[in-house]
Every structure is written in C-alpha cells, then in structure tokens.
Design a protein around this ligand. Structure first.
Ligand code: HEC
Ligand code: HEC
Ligand code: HEC
Ligand code: HEC
Length: 386
C-alpha cells in the first residue's frame, strides 16, 4: 500500500497522460477511489485522475468508477506542423486467477467485466471522438491479439504482463501490438509516422536502456529515496508489531523450511562453500540493501533462497536464507542434509540460471562467460555433451 501510494504520488511529477488498471491494483484502488474525501486525495495525487479502465466497475456505492478513457489533443511536430489531432487512450485488464486457478470477476470491491465485450462497446464510442485509438492492456499476447482482431478501430495496443523478452511489434488488423518490460529498466518509445491526411502510416518501436549511462533526474531520485525509506520503516514497524510469541525465530523457520541454508552445506562441502563465498551470489542481499530495496518483494525473489516457496520470508524472520545460496540453484536441501548421498541437486544449465538471469536483469548473461566465475565441482559444463 505504501509503495502504491508513492507510485501514484510520484507519477504525478511526470508528464503521464494515462495508466491502465490491472486486477492487482484493485485492493489499492478501493483505498484510492473511496468516495469519502476523494477530492482531497485527487488534489494531493493528481495522477489518480489519469487511471483508466473500461472493464472495471465498483460493486457498490462507496467507490468511484475509473474513467473508461482519456482524450488528449496533440499538436503535430513535423510535416503538417501545427495541425492538432485527438488521441484517445482506454484500458482493459484480464480477470484475476484465484488460488484454485479459476478466473474471478469480483475482487476487492470491484467487478471485472469481460474485456472482449467491454472493448466491443467502448472502442466504437471512442473512435467517434478521436483520430487515434490506443488500448492499454494487462493480458497475455493471445488475448491482446483477439482484442485487435475484434476491434478494427484500434491503432495501437500497449500490453504488459510478465513478458521479459524484447518483442518485435506485431500487426493485427490496423493495430500494432507492443509490450513493455517490467521493473522500468527500459523506456519504451513508439513513434508514429503520419501521412498527409494525418492517418498513421508507420509505427516504430525502440527501447532505451535506463542504465548507469543515463543519470537519475535529481527530483526523481529524491522521491525514490524517500519512498524506499518509508517502506523500509513500515516493514520494520510491522515486524516489531508481530507479537514475539507468534514471530517465527530464525531457528524455528530454519527447522520447518525445506531449505537448510548454506551454513549447513558447508559442513560437508567445504571446498564448494569457499568458492561460493567469494562470488557475488553470496552478497546479493547487500546489493539490495545499498539500494534500500531489501524489503521490496519485487526484488528479493532472485536475491535470496526459496522466496514464496517455503524459504526466505524477510530479513527479520529468515536472515539465514538471504543471498543467492547453494539451494537457490540446487533446490531445497533439508532432506539431503539429513540423509546425504548422491542423487540430490543437479540443476539444468543454462536454463536454471536464466530463471534469475533474465534479459532485463542480466542483459550480458552468457553461460560460457558467467559459469567460470562461479564454477565449482568436477564436471566440465562447457564441454559439449558433458
Ligand atoms: C552431512 C554431510 C552433507 C551435508 C550437510 C550436505 N551434503 Fe551434499 N553430499 C553429501 C554426500 C556424502 C554426497 C555424495 C557425494 C558422492 O558420493 O559423490 C553429496 C552430494 C551432493 C551433491 C551432488 C549430488 C550428486 O548426485 O552427486 C550436491 C549438488 C550437494 N551434495 C549439495 C549439497 C547442498 C546444497 C547442501 C546443503 C543444503 C549439502 N549438499 C549438504 C554430503 C552432504
Ligand atoms: C536465484 C537466482 C539466481 C540464479 C538461479 C543464478 N543467479 Fe547468478 N546472480 C544472481 C544475482 C541476484 C546476482 C547479483 C549478485 C550481486 O552482485 O548482488 C548474480 C550474479 C551472478 C554473477 C556475477 C557475480 C559474480 O560472482 O561475479 C555471475 C557470474 C552469475 N551470477 C552466474 C550464474 C550462473 C552461471 C548461474 C547458473 C548456474 C546463476 N548465476 C544462477 C541470481 C541468480
Ligand atoms: C528476475 C530476477 C531478478 C529480480 C526480480 C531482481 N534482480 Fe537484481 N539481479 C538479478 C541478477 C541475475 C543480477 C546479476 C546481473 C549480472 O551481473 O549480470 C542482478 C543484479 C542486481 C544488481 C547489481 C548489478 C546492477 O545492475 O547494478 C542490483 C543493484 C540489483 N540487482 C538490484 C535489484 C533491484 C533493486 C530489484 C528490484 C527492483 C531487483 N534487483 C530484482 C536478478 C534479479
Ligand atoms: C549459481 C548456481 C549454483 C550455486 C549458487 C551453487 N551451485 Fe553447486 N553446482 C551448480 C552447478 C551448475 C553444478 C554442476 C552441475 C550440477 O552438479 O548440477 C554444481 C555442482 C555442485 C556439486 C557437485 C560437485 C561434483 O563434483 O560433481 C556440489 C557438491 C555442489 N555444487 C555444492 C554446492 C554448494 C555446497 C553450494 C553452496 C555453498 C553450491 N553448490 C552453490 C550450481 C550452483
């Protein structure tokens, strides 16, 4: 909740025109879109008014409905210089999968309507008012393609949903479909080239990597630091509030968890342990601490052992499972520790590595250059067929 508030607050500093709402945002939206004191919040966080969704509506009278779309007047820069066109931006989200794997259409005070039906209703209405129709979608590519196929008035679909690879734009009907990266490590740009009659002739995508070569904007950096500080404080307060009697001690969790921690492996695999200690894997949590993101659930997953799989919970309750340890690669090892022997813990390479070494998080990853830096054991993994 704290993080979301900061996101909405800080997006107000930038020149955003619209953002789509996904089902994951709904618990936060019930806070934000409560009718009580809405105007006060909107004044504090003007970005609230730029959240769009054409298939989310409140199930009761306590909450506001988000706007189905926004319309912007855009003055053309090149060619027909000075000419104004209208751009309409709408949004759709997929339904949420519940813990049983069934799609749910009621969640956190909101109803999520079928996105395909919603699109057929809203797109023709929007097209009457604008020159260019953009749909923001939180759904997989197959669903985005269906929206494009069923709605010939859409010019562009911008999608998101755990797609890590750089996708080439796809074309369905008039629509160009592009997907954004997560974690904001790349700035996506889609450039429109318009013909004389202001119709789109071409759409060209590029991604700008927001690496060290691009310095932080000082105002944005200050906001990020303040936000990290606040949610680190919140996490600490939360941890302290948990009564001592219900708080699992490190030892207890260690005992219940299928993960044993690297210290237990060291007893019998001293050589491997010594090599591992010197690798970046052994310090992956310190890296997050430097960024003040050691309590950020979007980050810890790849920087620890067994997050959300019965392993690492937080630095307060399970500090012994912080960092990328033996079991991040070899799998849960408690049984092996209790009953050592052959047959435990072979990992497929490079597939096991690229679960974490994804394109956005490790753009230079190449097994033949990375493995030698963390290499241990007797097998020659770089020799074909070994
Ligand atoms: C009590 C001693 C002991 C502990 C503790 C222990 N191991 Fe082992 N480990 C063994 C033995 C014995 C073997 C079999 C070695 C052999 O016969 O080549 C083995 C084999 C392995 C293998 C190779 C598997 C195979 O089939 O050859 C891996 C990988 C491994 N251990 C990882 C770990 C990890 C990770 C931990 C900590 C979670 C750990 N071990 C803890 C004793 C131990
Ligand atoms: C559980 C997630 C995870 C897995 C699986 C993983 N890594 Fe990493 N790796 C990381 C993280 C996180 C870092 C950054 C560590 C830091 O510096 O904070 C990293 C850093 C590295 C580095 C640079 C640091 C150094 O020690 O020089 C190498 C090389 C590397 N990994 C190789 C591999 C290889 C090879 C595999 C597969 C055999 C692998 N990794 C599997 C998460 C993972
Ligand atoms: C999908 C897995 C994954 C997630 C999620 C992840 N990381 Fe990492 N991180 C890695 C890997 C792998 C490396 C090692 C990259 C390399 O050396 O090639 C790394 C390296 C780093 C580094 C050191 C290298 C650098 O880029 O400066 C920092 C800092 C870092 N991560 C911070 C974060 C933060 C902050 C988050 C949350 C926003 C995060 N990571 C989320 C996998 C991940
Ligand atoms: C970045 C991933 C990664 C980490 C972290 C890692 N290993 Fe491994 N380990 C491998 C790979 C890959 C191999 C070779 C293929 C295999 O055995 O699965 C291997 C091999 C081994 C072997 C077999 C040795 C042999 O000669 O056959 C042992 C034992 C082992 N690791 C123990 C450990 C221990 C103990 C730790 C922690 C101190 C650890 N590993 C950390 C990926 C990792």
């Amino acid at each position: 909740m704290t993080k979301n508030k900061w996101v909405v607050k800080s997006y107000g500093q930038f020149l955003f025109d619209a953002a789509n709402i996904s089902y994951s945002d709904l618990p936060f939206l019930t806070e934000l879109f409560k009718k009580e004191d809405y105007d006060k919040r909107a004044e504090e966080m003007p970005f609230m008014e730029k959240l769009v969704s054409a298939n989310i509506q409140p199930i009761n009278d306590l909450y506001r409905a988000p706007a189905p779309y926004v319309i912007r007047d855009v003055t053309l820069k090149r060619g027909a210089s000075g000419k104004k066109i209208k751009v309409g931006i709408t949004g759709f989200t997929d339904l949420r999968l519940n813990t049983m794997g069934v799609k749910e259409n009621i969640y956190a005070g909101y109803q999520i309507n079928d996105p395909f039906e919603a699109a057929k209703k809203i797109i023709p209405e929007l097209k009457q008012k604008v020159d260019i129709v953009i749909a923001l979608v939180y759904m997989d590519q197959a669903m985005a393609q269906r929206i494009a196929t069923e709605n010939p008035d859409i010019d562009t679909i911008v999608g998101a949903k755990k797609i890590h690879n750089r996708e080439e734009p796809q074309h369905f009907n008039r629509a160009t479909i592009v997907y954004s990266f997560d974690q904001t490590k790349y700035l996506g740009e889609l450039r429109y080239y318009l013909g004389g009659d202001a119709r789109i002739e071409n759409q060209v995508q590029r991604f700008i990597e927001l690496d060290d070569k691009i310095p932080d904007d000082p105002q944005a950096a200050a906001t990020v630091t303040a936000a990290h500080q606040e949610f680190t404080n919140d996490q600490n307060k939360q941890a302290q509030k948990t009564p001592a009697t219900t708080k699992p001690t490190a030892l207890e969790t260690n005992f219940n968890s299928p993960f044993a921690g690297a210290d237990s492996c060291a007893l019998c695999h001293e050589e491997e342990f010594k090599i591992w200690e010197k690798t970046g894997h052994a310090h992956a949590m310190a890296t997050l601490e430097k960024k003040r993101q050691h309590f950020d659930n979007e980050c810890v997953g790849c920087h620890v052992v067994g997050f959300q799989k019965g392993g690492f919970q937080s630095l307060v309750t399970t500090p012994q499972l912080a960092n990328v340890q033996c079991e991040s690669c070899h799998g849960p090892g408690r049984q092996h520790v209790e009953n050592p022997g052959k047959g435990y813990g072979f990992m497929p390479t490079p597939q096991g590595c690229t679960i974490c070494h994804t394109v956005p998080n490790s753009p230079d990853f190449d097994f033949t250059t990375y493995w030698p830096k963390v290499k241990h054991g007797s097998r020659d993994l770089l020799k074909a067929g070994s």
